[in-house]
Design a protein around this ligand. Structure first.
Ligand code: ACO
Length: 432
């Protein structure tokens, strides 16, 4: 069969180039522009990568128009209902669901690495005590390159595997340490007899003065949050990891780039921003005022938790977490939480508003994850830390895939230069 192509013609010079069309399993085809510069002397221009695929990937598929999310081909709804976080980690990393023995081995490998070097805990004490826990986390994960430099040779598959296990295993410990340090409480050690979610809740909430009982409803809700956030193909933080590691930077430094990107309110920081918005709204009767601001072209204000670059119908993660949110609040007898009422009313009003429907702005996963975590007693400034903990496996799976990809090259975007033409240096006493 003849190769499918797209022809690009420069109408100014008449030069043309035929570019091959590549088709994946699902989703829009792409045309391969790699030879375009050589043949046409032109770059493509796409700020925000709206129409640009930066890699091919086997890991996660999203169809934003129909609200589909799949990890390695498995629909998120099935994984959320039937799996657990560590099994999903195995799936993302290895491409297949594990056998019983494979899962046991994986759990043992992760268990072997849950403790962090005692020196890291002293390292925490150097941070300013009441900084944001994300600031601690970004610093601590970056510092893992110093504490675990025996697994930073990215050309070694064994080093890559150990650093992957270390990151997945230690992230809950470091996340809980971030909270403990910000509270001035002693750090807890991980307990390997607990599952991933239970262990995190224990390390975060247990104090030496009283026994701590893990609430199974909370552990279940956290397991769901972790599964739903585990990967999301080439989002800003994942692309940051890929770009950082394309220079063959070590995995800890590269994951640190992902955490830094995730922190922003337009990305993972949105869950925290949602609660702040709901608190600011205070009462459902004030909602129209905030909607008006969000719609005002001259006001940069945005309604946090609404909108998504990819999902233009609904966010399947939001649907799952919305149901879990209702269940959790009912189970805990806090279904009359005024903040939840405000959230539901905000959702209703926004969904009925032409501005939001015309722009396909629907509540995203962060809209509900904040509410659910708040109901579990997790402080607002830990929301993005928990997102980072969940997403670590996605970043690692994407990094590992990239390291084995024969098409991988250092990431080096081009630009359209619109600055000054060449001009001569002016001595300081001659400048206007
Ligand atoms: N409130 C009000 N208006 C919005 C919002 C919002 N939350 N989001 C987008 N818009 C408007 C824009 O003003 C723009 O309007 P215009 O066409 O009249 O100029 C239009 O919708 C398209 O917006 P873009 O910024 O072009 O969309 P983009 O895909 O670049 O941004 C993003 C997506 C960053 C998620 C954006 O919707 C947003 O800022 N939302 C709030 C933050 C948020 O919830 N982030 C979490 C994302 S999910 C996650 O990371 C897990």
């Amino acid at each position: 069969m003849a190769e499918e192509t797209v022809t690009i013609i420069d109408n100014t010079t008449g030069k043309r180039v035929d570019l091959p069309i590549l088709r994946g399993t699902h989703g829009p085809a792409v045309f391969d522009v790699r030879k375009m510069y050589a043949e046409l002397g032109m770059f493509t221009y796409d700020p925000g990568f709206v129409s640009t695929a930066t890699c091919s990937s086997y890991i996660t598929y999203i169809d934003g128009d129909t609200g589909i999310l799949m990890y390695r081909g498995y629909p998120i709804e099935q994984l959320a209902a039937k799996s657990n976080y560590l099994e999903v980690c195995y799936l993302l990393l290895n491409g297949e669901l594990p056998s019983t023995t494979q899962l046991q081995t994986f759990e043992r490998n992760i268990g072997d690495h849950t403790m962090v070097h005692e020196g890291m805990r002293s390292f925490y004490r150097g941070f300013w005590h009441d900084a944001h826990p994300m600031a601690f986390l970004v610093g601590a994960v970056g510092a893992m390159s110093a504490f675990y430099h025996d697994s930073t040779d990215v050309s070694s598959p064994r080093h890559r595997e150990i650093s992957a296990h270390r990151l997945i295993a230690k992230m809950p410990t470091l996340a809980a340490d971030s909270y403990k340090y910000s509270m001035g409480q002693p750090f807890n050690y991980p307990t390997n007899s607990l599952n991933y979610s239970e262990n995190f809740l224990y390390m975060m909430f247990a104090v030496p003065t009283a026994p701590y009982e893990i609430n199974p409803i909370h552990a279940k809700a956290l397991n769901l949050i972790l599964i739903l956030h585990a990967d999301h193909e080439q989002n800003a933080s994942t692309s940051s990891v890929r770009l950082a590691s394309s220079s063959l930077a070590n995995p800890f430094a590269s994951i640190c780039a992902g955490i830094a990107s995730l922190w922003g309110p337009a990305h993972g920081g949105a869950n925290e921003a949602v609660i702040r918005t709901l608190n600011e709204i205070e009462d459902p009767k004030n909602i129209p005022k905030f909607i008006k601001r969000a719609k005002d072209k001259n006001d940069p204000y945005r309604l946090m938790g609404f909108g998504h670059r990819i999902y233009k119908n609904f966010d399947p993660r939001a649907t799952l977490i919305r149901d879990a949110c209702h269940e959790l609040l009912d189970d805990m007898g806090v279904s009359d939480d005024p903040l939840f009422d405000t959230a539901l009313e905000l959702e209703r009003i926004a969904l009925e508003d032409d501005y939001f429907s015309e722009r396909k702005l629907y509540p995203n996963v962060d809209f509900y994850s904040g509410i659910i975590m708040r109901a579990m007693g997790i402080p607002v400034n830990m929301f993005t830390v928990i997102f980072a903990m969940a997403r670590t496996v996605g970043w690692i799976a994407q990094w590992m895939e990239m390291m084995d990809d024969p098409e991988q090259r250092i990431g080096r975007p081009r630009q359209l230069y619109v600055g000054h033409e060449k001009r001569d240096y002016i001595p300081i006493d001659k400048r206007p």
